[in-house]
Design a binder for this molecule. Structure first.
Ligand code: PRP
Ligand code: URA
Length: 212
């Protein structure tokens, strides 16, 4: 892992290998979705690496011991729809008891500004670590708005997890939310004039659901 200020690049070989398969335009819709779920397992493993542990008294078949478990309330995974759900499914495979928030946003193709169409989150997010997931951080307008929405609801401990980011998106996001660490598998070259990450992987939602 490469850690630069508040941005961590998850450069594990399995992550990079699967990401290359996802970028490939010849990868099918089902292949893309399967890979996203698999890669989410690996990203989840890394993003939860520093969770605090606490001790618990248990009995194994051989006797008593103090064992460790994750401290505090259950996590919240917040998915930015649609594409966030691809990461969410894999994260829930590893942390099935996590609570889930859904934030429905789409990018207006002209302005590249997010338009909200749905929001539902657990009422007690102020007491929980919230991991916000979306495969793509392009202009960062969607992620910035989603995090602000969660903060307005009381969330105060947040992490943003994506698969691919643009340098422009990282700059905008860390300026808007300097208190929120970012985890990503890669930072690509640039954003094109239509707000797409280059070389990127295209439109994540369309590739997941075959809607192009
Ligand atoms: C994509 C992606 C992010 C957003 C990133 O969603 O999943 O949410 O674009 O772009 P930004 O950083 O410039 O805001 P999109 O709006 O295409 O919606 P979809 O997931 O429903 O396809
Ligand atoms: N959203 C995507 O799905 N892909 C991009 O490259 C930019 C925004």
């Amino acid at each position: 892992m490469l850690n630069n200020q508040n941005v961590t690049i998850i450069n594990h070989p399995l992550v990079q290998h699967k990401l290359t398969l996802m970028r490939d335009e010849n990868t099918s819709t089902v292949g893309f979705r399967t890979l996203l779920r698999e890669i989410a397992h690996l990203l989840c493993y890394e993003v939860t690496r520093d969770l605090e542990l606490e001790e618990k008294n248990i009995n194994t078949p051989m006797g008593a011991m103090k064992a460790t478990k994750i401290k505090g309330k259950k996590l919240v995974f917040a998915s930015i729809l649609r594409a966030g759900n691809g990461l969410l499914e894999g994260m829930l495979d590893l942390v099935p008891s996590a609570r889930v928030a859904h934030i429905g946003l789409y990018r207006d193709h002209e302005t590249l500004l997010p338009v909200e169409y749905y929001f539902k989150a657990p009422s007690d997010i102020a007491d929980r670590l919230v991991i916000v997931v979306d495969p793509m951080l392009a202009t960062a307008n969607s992620a910035i708005a989603a995090i602000q929405r969660l903060k307005d609801r009381g969330a105060n401990k947040l992490i943003f997890l994506c698969l691919l980011a643009s340098p422009e998106g990282i700059k905008a996001f860390t300026k808007a939310h300097p208190d929120v660490p970012v985890f990503t598998a890669a930072i690509d070259d640039y954003l094109n004039e239509k707000g797409y990450i280059v070389p990127g992987l295209g439109d994540a939602g369309d590739r997941m659901y075959g809607t192009k």
